[in-house]
Write a protein that binds this ligand. Structure first.
Ligand SMILES: Nc1nc2c(ncn2[C@@H]2O[C@H](COP(=O)(O)O[C@H]3[C@@H](O)[C@H](n4cnc5c(=O)[nH]c(N)nc54)O[C@@H]3COP(=O)(O)O)[C@@H](O)[C@H]2O)c(=O)[nH]1
Length: 812
């Protein structure tokens, strides 16, 4: 075949083709592609030896072997030398071709590998780049095929999931998946989600994966596409633990901003409002009118600090914060006081970003302060100044008086028998009485005077610039005002009060001194019948001091066993026998000798110590009666009971307990009560007396005839004995006919009411004879015996006394 034939045959091929003479190894024909490959003209190639274009030794060896018939075909890469000398890598197939009508030729078909090589290199570079990108990502990336087999993962993924080294070096999909499942807090949910994603290759998903270590991963799962078709899946894991924490903090901050009870206003650096929280909008009264964009200063004011805006700006610039009180102007309501903390926020470069204003509504605090001041300085019931405010006013008055040389008066006022109103009508009623009295007092005073309530029913009045006669007139005006009838709840009654007056500077120079003097004077009024006023006199205090000392000494005396009981025998006038004795208290007061009750019982009653003292007497008397009974000389012991002791709630129980403790039959105890006990609270007294009588105790009424001597309550209280007061008995001796008639009446009345009658203070035989004649049942008195110590009285118990007319009376 001619070389033209070969050209015609090979021209249409994409490959470069040489037709080579097997003998000469010269190129017989080439196609156009071969000429392009070599960069030579046809005449340069055709007829040239193949070695001209083959560069490497391998070619020479091959053609040599071909000629010797060692090899027939060859397929290999080879290097060609182009016409311009450039080397070119080609893929080459060599083989003999025997056309039917011609001699055998060698066909060399070549394909340029340059492009392929370039593509290959590009691909390798791309792969390297991709690998670098993959590795440089801080996200953990896992690439799987459609069956879920792991195709690749990066270092960040390995670190994020803490993959063991074995999994890094040896691919082991099941082990990797097991490791992942074991690392998450909910393995089954994790696996279920992976399976779900695998079943839906085109699905994109975002999940949060919680690791057992506490870290939080965000997973973005996307299909991997090739020519628009899914070929696998890429999972990108991102550690969002810190971000989640920051998000949570931001959410919290937003919540705080939203729900803060304090107003928060954010401004730009020029202090124009950027945002207000709901509390701020509520406070500004602009819930429907967002003030964003307005200068914040238009809402604020500080009437007493004209330059406040400049002050705030300077403080923010210098210190970064400002604190102080401002007023908030409001749309439809009065301005409110605010406590403002204002801070400046700067960016990382120190440039002002925003200012934030935290404001607390001070209205409640100011109101509370006002209330506190009101409470601190005023009496809550009457609204009058209290002692504190009075103190300040009087201190001021003292300063004025020191300059002017003029004095003033302090009046101490106490309502008379107010306790009775409180006890009988209740405290609420008592409070209304006090309010009424306060108003009346106020009306008696001038604007410059101060009326204060100290507590209870005690009021103190500072009379500004008043001398003795002004104080006297005011005191009398007050006495008259208080005495006018009061009507509360349709109940009408009258009150009275006692007033003590102290003068500055004569009686004292401080409020305490003046109050003390006025109080002492008031006390004197009370003692002398109440309902009046009195000026303080220096000797009053000495008297008071003595009482205080007596009270203190009595309390010590009780502890130190300085008290003792003496017993005065009581004689049955019919039989002449000593059947009972009256226990009478004695005090061996150090430095004072033996002190009789008249000197201390009154003080004990005033201070309340009588309750304790009375219980001590009862205890001693009952114990003594028990000892006498045990010694075979049973005698009834009469114990004096004071009103305050009787009023003790547990009095009946105390008596019963004392009897039981000493095992004394109740019949050997007599309680001597005074008439005042019966009139104070008749109902309660009746109940107590009935309880005592039920115990079997004898009840007698002491000092009968000196008090109310009411037949009504004598009947009502069903007492056992009446003791005729000593003053009537004394009169019998002095031959007072009227008193003798009284004694006769008492004896008859007592008997008529089923009571025995005891005469006390019998000092002379004629008295006794008169009493006998009048039918009196018992007597006691110095005629027979004085009150005696235990050791001496014992001799009298059970003894029969020879009464006048029968034999001379024995003396004690
Ligand atoms: N609550 C209590 N009161 C008590 C107690 N002990 C005594 N008292 C009361 O003290 C008042 C004075 O008592 P006293 O100084 O003991 O005087 C009593 C007798 O000594 C006195 N008396 C008795 N006979 C005569 C007499 O012939 N002449 C005379 N001049 N005085 C006499 O009388 C007092 C007893 O009085 P009375 O109690 O009314 O029987 C006195 O009121 C006591 O009650 C106590 O423990 N608790």
């Amino acid at each position: 075949m001619s070389h033209l034939h070969w050209v015609a045959i090979t021209e249409g091929l994409l490959e470069s083709v040489w037709v080579v003479d097997p003998e000469t190894l010269h190129i017989l024909a080439v196609n156009e592609a071969a000429l392009r490959l070599l960069g030579a003209r046809r005449d340069e190639v055709v007829g040239s030896p193949v070695h001209r274009w083959a560069s490497d030794l391998q070619d020479h060896v091959y053609w040599d072997e071909w000629r010797r018939g060692v090899v027939q075909t060859l397929e290999s890469e080879a290097m060609l030398v182009r016409r311009d000398g450039e080397l070119l890598r080609v893929q080459r197939r060599i083989g003999p071709v025997r056309p039917a009508d011609g001699a055998t030729v060698v066909l060399v078909a070549m394909q340029d590998l340059t492009e392929y090589q370039r593509t290959q290199q590009r691909l390798e570079e791309l792969l390297a780049e991709l690998r670098a990108v993959l590795e440089s990502s801080s996200d953990g990336i896992l690439v799987c095929d459609l069956d879920g087999r792991v195709r690749a993962f990066n270092r960040a993924f390995a670190q994020m999931w803490a993959l063991p080294t074995t999994l890094l070096t040896t691919p082991d999909d099941p082990a990797l998946l097991r490791h992942l499942a074991a690392s998450v807090s909910d393995a089954s949910a994790f696996q279920a989600r992976l399976s779900e994603l695998q079943r839906a290759p085109l699905m994109e998903a975002h999940d949060i994966v919680l690791l057992r270590s506490g870290r939080m991963l965000e997973r973005a799962s996307r299909p991997q596409l090739a020519r628009g078709r899914p070929i696998g899946r890429i999972h990108v894991y991102r550690d969002v633990t810190e971000r989640a924490a920051i998000d949570a903090k931001l959410r919290l901050a937003a919540k705080v901003f939203e729900s803060s009870l304090d107003a928060i206003v954010v401004t730009d650096p020029e202090r124009r409002i950027v945002a207000c929280n709901p509390a701020a909008l509520r406070l500004t009264d602009r819930a429907n009118d967002d003030p964003a964009g307005q200068p914040v200063a238009t809402l604020l004011d500080a009437p007493n600090r004209p330059g406040w805006e400049a002050e705030v700006a300077a403080a923010l610039a210098e210190r970064g914060y400002w604190e102080g009180e401002l007023w908030l102007r409001r749309a439809h309501a009065p301005a409110v006081a605010l406590l403002v903390s204002w801070v400046l926020l700067r960016d990382a470069q120190g440039q002002p970003l925003n200012t934030v204003l935290f404001a607390k509504d001070l209205s409640e605090k100011l109101e509370a302060q006002r209330r506190i001041e009101q409470l601190a300085y005023h009496d809550p019931l009457t609204g009058l100044p209290n002692r504190l405010l009075l103190g300040e006013r009087v201190a001021h008055a003292v300063r004025l008086a020191q300059r002017s040389g003029r004095g003033f008066a302090v009046l101490f006022l106490d309502l008379d028998r107010f306790k009775g109103i409180n006890d009988s009508l209740g405290h609420a009623f008592g409070d209304r009485v006090l309010v009424e009295v306060a108003q009346r007092l106020q009306r008696c005073l001038r604007q410059t005077d101060t009326l204060a309530r100290l507590g209870g029913d005690e009021f103190v009045i500072h009379l500004h610039d008043a001398d003795r006669s002004a104080a006297e007139r005011t005191a009398q005006r007050i006495i008259d005002a208080v005495a006018r009838p009061v009507t509360i709840d349709e109940m009408q009654f009258t009150l009275s009060c006692s007033i003590g007056i102290a003068m500055y500077p004569h009686d004292g120079t401080t409020l305490d001194e003046l109050i003390q003097c006025a109080d002492t004077a008031m006390y004197q009024v009370k003692e002398r019948g109440k309902g009046h006023w009195r000026f303080y006199q220096a000797e009053m205090n000495a008297h008071l001091l003595a009482r205080i000392q007596t009270d203190h000494a009595m309390r010590l005396g009780l502890q130190h066993g300085e008290f003792e009981l003496h017993y005065q025998p009581r004689v049955d006038l019919r039989s002449g026998r000593v059947t009972a004795c009256e226990a009478l208290l004695r005090w061996h007061r150090p430095g004072h000798g033996l002190v009789l009750p008249g000197a201390f019982i009154g003080v004990a009653e005033e201070t309340g110590l009588i309750a304790q003292l009375g219980q001590w007497v009862l205890e001693q008397a009952v114990a003594q009666a028990r000892r006498w009974a045990d010694a075979g000389r049973p005698a009834q012991v009469a114990v004096n009971v004071s009103a305050l002791q009787f009023e003790q709630t547990q009095f009946v129980q105390d008596v019963a307990d004392t009897l039981q403790r000493h095992g004394l039959p109740a019949g050997l105890l007599e309680l001597e009560l005074t008439e005042s006990i019966l009139v104070r609270d008749a109902e309660e007294a009746l109940a107590k007396l009935q309880a005592l009588a039920q115990l079997g105790i004898t009840l007698s009424l002491d000092d009968f005839g000196t008090g109310y001597s009411s037949l009504t309550y004598l009947k009502r209280f069903a007492l056992h004995r009446l003791k005729i007061d000593r003053s009537f008995v004394l009169a019998l001796h002095e031959d007072g006919q009227a008193d003798a008639a009284i004694v006769a009446a008492i004896v008859q009345m007592g008997h008529a009411l089923g009571m025995e009658v005891v005469a006390e203070g019998v000092e002379h035989a004629p008295q006794l004879q008169r009493l006998q004649a009048l039918g009196c049942d018992h007597f006691q008195g110095f005629w027979y015996a004085r009150p005696l110590p235990v050791a001496e009285v014992e001799a009298h118990l059970g003894r029969t006394v020879t009464l006048p007319g029968a034999a001379p009376a024995p003396s004690a």
